[in-house]
Design a protein around this ligand. Structure first.
Ligand SMILES: C[S@@+](CC[C@H](N)C(=O)[O-])C[C@H]1O[C@@H](n2cnc3c(N)ncnc32)[C@H](O)[C@@H]1O
Ligand code: SF4
Ligand code: SF4
Length: 451
């Protein structure tokens, strides 16, 4: 029985570095220089901190590859200070940044992997949006001056096609606000790439629907409630529900397969069963729920985040509908595996973590950065304006760190869970938003049982 009604998430408790010499610290974020000071910013809280030169080197060498004792030895040699002194000076900073969720620890060094091209790339074509949703992970609003122009988009599409990327999910911001949206989508389709557009659906008229149909695109449209007022309040735009509903209907009429995507929060969770019925009536192909994660603009609206017990009730309802099998297709849901008996097999020591970011998909942000997904913006990553996409895919330290993470890195309750071999700790984004990427998944109802 689940008794917790608390908002999920654990602030890591006391962390002691005394036995961590043989462990590998990783500081994955950008460090900016201003005169003789270095600045770091916590992408979750937005707080900035200043570093001196020695602290800069400590974090630079915390590259996910060196063990702490090796870092200490290198700094001790360069600055001609005893290892003990370097260690003692490093401890407060590392402990502080670990508690802040900015230094990550593993027992093993990261590995460099050559993986085949991702099956799908979610590409934010713009940061601009005609809505201003409360929860928006990318804080969309105005166009960014760094966005790729049409020629840069075509060159990137050529790189995707030559590398073998199978599908592009054109997202944003609102991708359809770009004046050249159809030219970009058509160019990619012409290179043999499947197109999905992730849209708020408000800009779809008959001709847009036809044009998407003509390139065999499919669409994921955000629709959060059967009640116009709830959707409009959440999306912060009166009349958007009506336009989105009409957009979905036009797409279906034009023959474009539609996934209806509802971001689930405290304000719409009770509406989702009725939304599912509406999705059935409208004739969408797939119904998908996205749990809200407090990131981007969403970090200022953390009251929207659902207690795991509420998400369990909703997932159980939709899982039942799925078993009945006579309604619209329901996309896989987090922790759904816990409604079936646990697997027979034990955890293989090399089983990867439950996130396939950097394995079968990744994100290219509106300013060209390559990330496992949008929840890790702020990481020190490469940009497609400077390097070829395939080079980045093969060489990015951040992507390779993701590929190196194992289910056995997950701490606490998950290690004793019978479902770990299939769930593998699930998506790590919510954990990151809650300050400790390797905590047992803070959205899972089994982790939060009894609290
Ligand atoms: C970032 S939007 C971009 C595409 C388009 N503008 C739209 O709203 O569908 C893609 C999807 O992510 C969802 N989303 C945005 N912020 C989120 C958050 N903090 N947590 C979970 N889902 C989020 C949106 O509701 C939408 O379904
Ligand atoms: S969730 Fe989509 S529609 Fe809403 S502000 Fe973000 S990009 Fe725009
Ligand atoms: S307790 Fe951990 S391993 Fe088990 S289902 Fe939940 S997240 Fe997955």
């Amino acid at each position: 029985m689940i008794s917790s009604d608390k908002i999920p998430g654990k602030t890591p408790g006391s962390f002691s570095i005394s036995n961590m010499g043989d462990h590998v610290p990783y500081f994955p974020f950008r460090i900016d220089q201003e005169d003789n000071l270095w600045l770091i910013k916590n992408p979750v809280s937005g707080l900035e901190s200043e570093l001196n030169e020695a602290a800069f080197w400590l974090l630079k060498l915390s590259d996910g590859y060196r063990k702490l004792y090796e870092i200490v030895a290198e700094i001790s040699k360069s600055y001609k200070i005893s290892k003990k002194n370097v260690f003692d000076m490093s401890v407060p900073l590392l402990e502080h940044l670990t508690r802040e969720g900015m230094v990550w620890w593993r027992e093993e060094r990261l590995n460099y992997w050559k993986y085949p091209a991702p099956e799908g790339v979610l590409w934010d074509l713009t940061a601009k949006c005609n809505l201003k949703c409360k929860h928006c992970v990318v804080s969309a609003g105005e166009e960014s001056p760094e966005e790729l122009n049409f020629d840069e988009c075509c060159s990137l599409i050529d790189q995707f096609a030559n590398f073998g990327v199978g599908q592009l999910i054109l997202s944003g911001g609102e991708p359809m606000v770009r004046k050249d949206f159809f030219e970009v989508a058509e160019y990619a389709a012409g290179r043999g790439i499947l197109i999905q557009v992730a849209t708020n659906g408000t800009l779809i008229d008959e001709s847009a629907a036809q044009r998407l149909a003509s390139i065999d695109a499919c669409a994921q449209v955000s629709f959060d409630s059967p009640k116009a007022a709830v959707h409009d309040e959440f999306r912060q735009h009166p009349g958007s529900w009506e336009k989105t509903k009409e957009g979905i209907e036009l797409l279906i009429r034009a023959g474009v397969p539609v996934t209806l995507a509802a971001t689930v929060t405290t304000i719409n969770v009770d509406d989702i069963p009725r939304l599912y019925e509406l999705a059935n009536d409208m004739g969408v192909q797939t119904f998908r729920i996205l749990p809200f994660v407090p990131f981007g603009r969403g970090k200022y609206a953390d009251e929207l985040e659902l207690a795991p017990s509420r998400m369990k009730e909703l997932t159980a309802f939709l899982h039942c509908k799925k078993e009945e099998g006579d309604g619209v297709n329901i996309a896989p849901m987090e922790f759904e595996c816990t409604f079936s008996p646990p697997p027979e097999q034990d955890l293989d020591a090399d089983t990867r973590i439950g996130c396939d970011g950097a394995i079968s998909y990744c994100t290219v942000t509106s300013n060209g950065e390559v990330l496992p997904c949008n929840y890790f913006s702020g990481a020190d990553v490469e940009n497609v304006k400077e390097k070829d996409f395939q080079w980045i895919w093969d060489n990015s330290r951040f992507l390779n760190y993701f590929r190196s993470m194992k289910a056995s890195d997950v701490k606490g309750i998950c290690q004793d869970c019978d479902w770990l071999p299939i769930c593998r700790g699930s998506c790590v984004a919510a954990n990151f938003a809650h300050g400790d990427i390797f905590q047992s998944n803070c959205h899972c109802w089994l982790v939060n049982q009894g609290e």
